[in-house]
Design a protein around this ligand. Sequence first.
Ligand code: GDP
Length: 297
Amino acid sequence: MFENLSERLSGVFDRLTRQGALTEDDVRTALREVRVALLEADVSLPVARDFIKRVQAKATGSAVMKSITPGQQVVKIVHDELIATLTGEGDPGKLKIDNPPAPILMVGLQGSGKTTTTAKLARRLKDREGKRVLMASLDTNRPAAMEQLAILGTQIGVDTLPIVAGQTAVQIAKRAKQQATLGGYDVFLLDTAGRLHIDDVLMDEVQAVRDVAAPRETLLVVDGLTGQDAVNVAAEFDGKLGVSGVILTRMDGDGRGGAALSMRAVTGKPIRFVGLGEKTDALEVFDPQRIAGRILG
Ligand code: GDP
């Protein structure tokens, strides 16, 4: 991204270096280019505006303006600020799964990729960390979703809680906890029901499940291609449930990754993983450098 951004701005800075020292106006002109790049990457307008303001404050300091290579310094400040904004505290890939069996609550809208992501995460925990994992679908409205999780479980060699017709989500969550304890599992993933839109029925149910499961992590799965919508969804879920992290799916698609920057800036929640395809191994730990490259590429 460094190269791409440099290229994009090189015309501007070439002109500037010929002129000698930079003026604040020169920097402002250059940052207008950066702003366009952010907006093209689907970063929301207020977030892009704030970002530029922060960069501007740093870039117009006299140390930068009077340096030998002010143009390059401005580019570096943009890069560093982007990474700083995208980076959360701690290791995003490290889940709180000590004290077995550790419950992990998976939440999100229908179609966001929640069930697939539950299986991806289960596979990762089993294969990379050697954990004994149990998965349970709580989607009582959609028997097909329950079956989908069972099929994925068989594919990846992870146990799923047997489906019992007629149980409520809370009853299933209790049963999952019991089975995880008796069966000596390290972690159990609860794939909660999704809906097309956020509504009170959905939130009440997920809150009730959260209260009985006491999850160590509540991971929100959102479609990374939906840009600003993804951020609104995250803000709502976080307000009602308190999420501990976000997983952005479909980052293998055409989206430029702007949702990631807006997500961090608006919700303050760490992005933990990104989904990069339909297969159960297409999950990666969130890497700010990589997303920064896509945003400004
Ligand atoms: P749910 O309704 O939220 O449980 O969504 P599903 O897990 O059923 O996923 C919906 C569709 O999105 C399925 O066809 C998945 O294969 C697909 N999907 C999920 N995650 C990704 C991803 O990271 N990349 C791509 N390309 N497709 C994904």
